[in-house]
Design a protein around this ligand. Structure first.
Ligand code: ZN
Length: 178
């Protein structure tokens, strides 16, 4: 086998390296792809992981990947110094801008930090048939990590309603885990 000078180096690249792309590389195709392509990637990876490792590990991998994405999103696209209301407004605006979905804060308990958030027109699940399962594990991690970084406290988020369970929005309960 021919030596590959790039492999010899064994440099470990991270999310920030892969996200540091030059958009001019898609001169004619542009910076967006259809939702069907996003879901094709998402659900084929999901199916492969579920077949290999079972549903629970698949969900955990998606949740942890969501946390990585949330961290990147927070560090590169959000101003972490804003006050709570301004920060949430900014998060809503950025999630809409990136076409992730329409975020709403349904409840916020200042004392405990508990939150109920909804995402409608969610990129991951809106319009799916009734499958009877919660599919937005990636979003659970994504939301939890953004809240964790902003507050400095470790948040977890759980999806309690989803388009795939018959609702019209995805609803997430987020709370601080000591
Ligand atoms: Zn959902």
């Amino acid at each position: 086998m021919k030596d590959n000078v790039f492999l010899e180096d064994q440099k470990k690249f991270g999310l920030a390296d892969y996200m540091n792309f030059d958009i001019n590389g898609r001169e004619h195709m542009g910076s967006t792809v259809p939702l069907a392509v996003y879901r094709l990637l998402e659900y084929s990876v999901r199916e492969e992981l579920t077949e290999r490792f079972g549903r629970e590990i698949q969900a955990d991998i998606f949740r942890c990947a969501g946390r990585r994405a949330g961290r990147f999103f927070a560090e590169t696209m959000l101003d972490m110094t804003l006050s709570y209301h301004a920060f949430m407004a900014q998060l809503q605006a950025q999630m809409a801008e990136m076409k992730i979905g329409v975020l709403r804060i349904e409840k916020y308990e200042e004392k405990t930090g508990k939150m109920v958030l909804t995402v409608s027109e969610d990129a991951d699940c809106s319009g799916l048939p009734l499958l009877g399962e919660y599919v937005c594990n990636f979003d659970e991690g994504f939301i939890a990590e953004i809240l964790s970084i902003y507050t400095g406290k470790y948040y977890i988020a759980e999806e309690v309603d989803c388009w795939a369970t018959g609702d019209r929005v995805c609803r997430f309960c987020a709370e601080i885990k000591e």
